[in-house]
Design a protein around this ligand. Structure first.
Ligand SMILES: *[C@@H]1O[C@H](CO)[C@@H](O)[C@H](O)[C@H]1NC(C)=O
Ligand SMILES: *[C@@H]1O[C@H](CO)[C@@H](O)[C@H](O)[C@H]1NC(C)=O
Ligand SMILES: *[C@@H]1O[C@H](CO)[C@@H](O)[C@H](O)[C@H]1NC(C)=O
Ligand SMILES: *[C@@H]1O[C@H](CO)[C@@H](O)[C@H](O)[C@H]1NC(C)=O
Ligand SMILES: *[C@@H]1O[C@H](CO)[C@@H](O)[C@H](O)[C@H]1NC(C)=O
Length: 436
């Protein structure tokens, strides 16, 4: 990469390299050399993220903030399952931003770098563009790209966006995203992911945004709908990807998003990936039981059952922070957990109802899927205050004001695991891995 740089830039990048080496090994490499089809994944609170809070939040503040964003995310996921939203390019209505992880994508020629939110259960691809009214961060400048092309109303892709209109023949569309709404022009340009150029990538170029729940530099959906990244890169990546999310306890680490079948782990446990016809972008699996310690918890079967008609079941989601189980399942698991911890006073914190202010010895919790058991170590189950005085079980009951039975295995429970999505073979793999 550096060989083509003119000498002053070469010098600059070498100085930056030494600067970052001098800062010690704990500093993440925000600009690690790109390798193959693998992208670095950063937590939004990472030192590499421009979106980290300027004033660091206290532990309690950040936990409560993440938890309240989760509520909105769950409402959104449940609304999809309830079939209220049939919006191919973006997940549409009533979604709140809960971007926890970001990846670096390069758009245009020459490339402009955007830090986009990664979302496994969304097909959307949209980016704030020059002239955008109401966008909050860096924007993509189409005029600076020699490969940018607006799509007209006649383009086949225009039929796949919500509410298209044709001002001056351009394919424009509006959608809402949580408390925000956007107006965008459907556009094409080269998108470079790691070292892979994806020519004529179709995305929404945001012209107007209202509200404050948009990921500031765009959304990279990894869902499997018609205009999703997976569909558009079918030849390149064969609808296969994996990721490893770094723990938010170690914000200095980055994880990785590996696109395509090459370099994926061979030794990995699999369960079947299911598709719900009502919302085909969501990644469903068949969770058949939950174990606390060695004992299988007694959970009413309909709390876990996959039902393609109602959309009930279990999904893996990268955008929700804390795992949610439908109330009867959660209560059974929580009670079993409390029993194992023993005779210690339980307190609450925000939406968490199983917290302790004295040290505890926690049992492992195992999610049992068809063909695959995933046992979670304490780091995936417990949140500890930095002072060490409070520990909570990092799960909660799904909100009961939604009309669909949906269990969500969230990102805190996925951290330091590799999740492999093999869509052509309908398999989801999980293996423990230290994300760095
Ligand atoms: C993360 O990086 C910051 C800034 O360089 C440093 O102060 C801190 O000690 C690091 N934390 C860890 C856990 O390595
Ligand atoms: C988006 O479309 C509108 C209406 O055709 C046009 O005025 C505007 O310049 C377009 N913006 C971009 C970035 O193409
Ligand atoms: C889309 O949003 C734009 C800008 O806010 C507005 O002018 C336009 O009327 C909206 N179109 C539709 C179909 O809602
Ligand atoms: C639980 O602990 C409390 C206070 O330490 C004690 O009074 C009580 O007898 C204990 N109960 C059981 C069942 O061990
Ligand atoms: C998962 O654990 C259960 C209960 O301990 C066991 O019966 C089952 O065989 C395990 N499944 C796999 C795929 O290892």
């Amino acid at each position: 990469m550096t060989t083509s740089l003119p000498p002053p830039l070469l010098f600059l990048s070498l100085s930056l390299l030494f600067l970052s080496l001098a800062q010690g090994l704990n500093q993440p490499q925000c600009d690690a050399p790109q390798q193959g089809s693998t992208l670095q994944v950063f937590h939004i609170y990472s030192p590499c993220s421009p979106f980290r809070p300027r004033k660091p939040l206290s532990w309690e503040e950040s936990v409560l903030q993440m938890e309240s964003k989760d509520q909105a995310r769950l409402q959104y996921l449940a609304s999809l399952v309830a079939g209220k939203s049939v919006v191919p390019i973006a997940s549409g209505r009533q979604i709140m931003q809960s971007a926890t992880y970001i990846v670096k994508a390069k758009i245009g020629t020459p490339p402009q770098t955007m830090l986009m939110a990664m979302d496994t259960n969304n097909d959307a691809a949209w980016i704030p563009c020059t002239g955008c009214v109401g966008c909050s961060s860096a924007v993509f400048s189409p005029v600076k790209s020699t490969t940018f092309k607006p799509l007209g109303c006649q383009a086949a892709q225009c039929k796949q966006v919500p509410n298209p209109t044709c001002p001056g023949g351009a394919c424009s569309f509006n959608l809402t995203y949580g408390g925000s709404s956007i107006a965008a022009n459907l556009s094409q340009d080269t998108m470079t992911l790691s070292t892979d150029p994806v020519p004529r990538y179709t995305f929404g170029c945001i012209q107007k945004a209202t509200g404050s729940s948009l990921p500031p530099q765009g959304l990279l959906g990894l869902g499997r709908g018609p205009l999703s990244l997976l569909s558009q890169t079918q030849n390149l990546y064969k609808s296969t990807f994996s990721y490893c999310l770094p723990s938010f306890k170690t914000p200095n680490f980055s994880g990785s998003l590996r696109l395509g079948p090459i370099g994926q782990p061979k030794r990995i446990k699999y369960t079947q990936l299911l598709r719900n016809p009502r919302r085909s972008s969501l990644y469903y699996v068949n969770m058949v039981g939950i174990r606390v310690g060695r004992r299988i918890v007694d959970i009413p079967p309909n709390a876990l059952a996959f039902n393609p008609t109602t959309g009930a079941g279990t999904i893996f989601d990268s955008g929700t922070v804390f795992t949610r189980l439908v109330a009867p399942a959660y209560i059974a698991v929580r009670d079993a957990f409390r029993r194992r911890v023993g005779n210690v006073t339980v307190s609450a914190l925000g939406g968490f109802d199983t917290c302790y202010t004295t040290p505890i010895v926690a049992p492992t919790i195992t999610f049992m899927f068809k063909g695959m058991n995933v046992s979670l170590p304490p780091d995936n189950l417990l949140i500890h205050s930095s002072s060490g005085s409070t520990t909570c079980l990092a799960m909660a009951a799904a909100p009961d004001n939604v009309n669909s039975v949906l269990n969500v295995i969230a990102n805190m429970q996925q951290q330091n695991h590799r999740l492999l999505f093999d869509v052509p073979n309908s398999k989801l793999g999980v293996a423990r891995e230290r994300c760095t």
